[in-house]
Ligand binder design. Structure first.
Ligand SMILES: [Fe+2]
Length: 135
């Protein structure tokens, strides 16, 4: 039981660090510090040919945010989940998909929010992708 609690605590701390730190070692860096956990348009690592179909596309109109992954959906290969996270680590929302869904999700920002948004998309075969936008 103690090991499980320690694992959960460590996982929560790691996720918070990921959400809050632009210099986290798990996020690709412009200096080539790619490690291979989070993929982005600018740092796709081993998935360089997968950027267009995996990096989430973020569209913001007022307080409405639409996240889309331009990816096909089949039982063998699909987008599993989107999340939208604010700069302070607050999760605005998340949507889990089945192979029958279209990988599009919509969110509403807190009133008057200005700052960075982190949109994530997870493919069951091509890992975890992040797109950062500023509103
Ligand atoms: Fe994929």
């Amino acid at each position: 039981m103690t090991d499980r609690r320690a694992f959960l605590k460590t996982s929560a701390v790691a996720f918070s660090a990921l959400a809050l730190s632009r210099t986290s070692p798990v996020i690709a860096s412009g200096g080539g510090g790619y490690i291979g956990i989070v993929y982005t348009k600018d740092n796709p690592g081993k998935w360089a040919k997968k950027v267009a179909s995996h990096a989430p596309v973020v569209n913001v109109v007022g307080s409405k945010v639409t996240v889309e992954t331009k990816h096909g959906m089949s039982e063998a290969h699909f987008i599993v989940r989107h999340t939208l996270v604010l700069a302070d680590g607050v999760v605005v929302g998340a949507k889990t998909f089945t192979a029958k869904d279209k990988p599009v999700s919509t969110y509403t920002l807190p009133q008057g929010y200005k700052g960075t948004l982190y949109a994530t998309s997870f493919c069951n075969l091509h890992d975890f992708w992040l797109t950062e936008v500023t509103v």
